[in-house]
Write a protein of this length. Structure first.
Length: 224
């Protein structure tokens, strides 16, 4: 079932102090799966866009005029009671290779007793491509996937080789990505919802932990 909701909401930026990565709460943010986990906890893999691979967190994007505050994004998500798994990928990381690594981590969580419904794989831009590839590898209907500006314009249908629960979040003026409805139109084994924001920030909306989109992603991740 396809659902599209357009939000003409006020663009509200979360005001916060960005802490160095070594000060962020290590109990809720990690780059690897711990040896023991709380099975009832909610977990989220957050996969960033390509900008961080090539430029890192310190460079201001010339079009959007902001930095990609990845650690701040992880921190805000984790404050909602979600264990966040994420790390900055090396330059030119291959989508298929990283998707296999992420899929293996997901399976490890499941083998440790975490229900699939408590696991979300979220990705922005290139990270969304990786997330969709994970869904193709695992084909588990209860896993959740957050696709943030991750359906690129003129991209063909994803077909029926995918399974899971999906939410697509995108800004209406994004020149790089758009609605995922066309890409998912033949995906019969997915639950799919989409929110199109009128934030006026385009692809750069997801460079920072803006409550407009973070709240919707967290709400989705915490749903049963």
């Amino acid at each position: 079932m396809l659902l599209t909701i357009t939000y003409g909401e006020l663009f509200t930026l979360v005001m916060l102090i960005v802490l160095p990565s070594h000060i962020v709460n290590t109990q809720t943010i990690t780059s690897e799966i711990p040896s023991t986990v709380e099975a009832n906890a909610n977990f989220m893999f957050f996969l960033h866009g390509r900008w961080l691979e090539t430029q890192g967190e310190d460079q201001t994007h010339p079009r959007f005029g902001i930095r990609y505050d990845y650690n701040a994004i992880l921190g805000v998500i984790s404050r909602n009671g979600i264990v966040v798994i994420g790390q900055i990928r090396p330059d030119n990381t291959q989508v298929a290779t990283y998707a296999k690594k992420t899929a293996d981590q997901v399976l490890r969580l499941i083998n440790l007793g975490v229900p699939a419904r408590n696991i979300t794989i979220a990705g922005h831009s290139k990270g969304a491509l990786i997330a969709k590839h994970v869904a193709m590898l695992l084909k588990k209907p209860d896993l959740k996937y957050g696709i943030l500006a991750g359906c690129f314009l003129n991209r063909s249908s994803i077909g029926d080789a995918i399974s899971g629960r999906f939410i697509s979040l995108v800004d209406s003026i994004d020149r790089i990505a758009g609605s995922c409805r066309k890409e998912f139109r033949h995906a019969k084994r997915v639950q799919f919802g989409e929110i199109i924001f009128d934030a006026g920030k385009g692809h750069g909306l997801f460079f920072q932990p803006v409550d407009l989109w973070v709240s919707k992603l967290v709400e989705f991740a915490m749903s049963k």
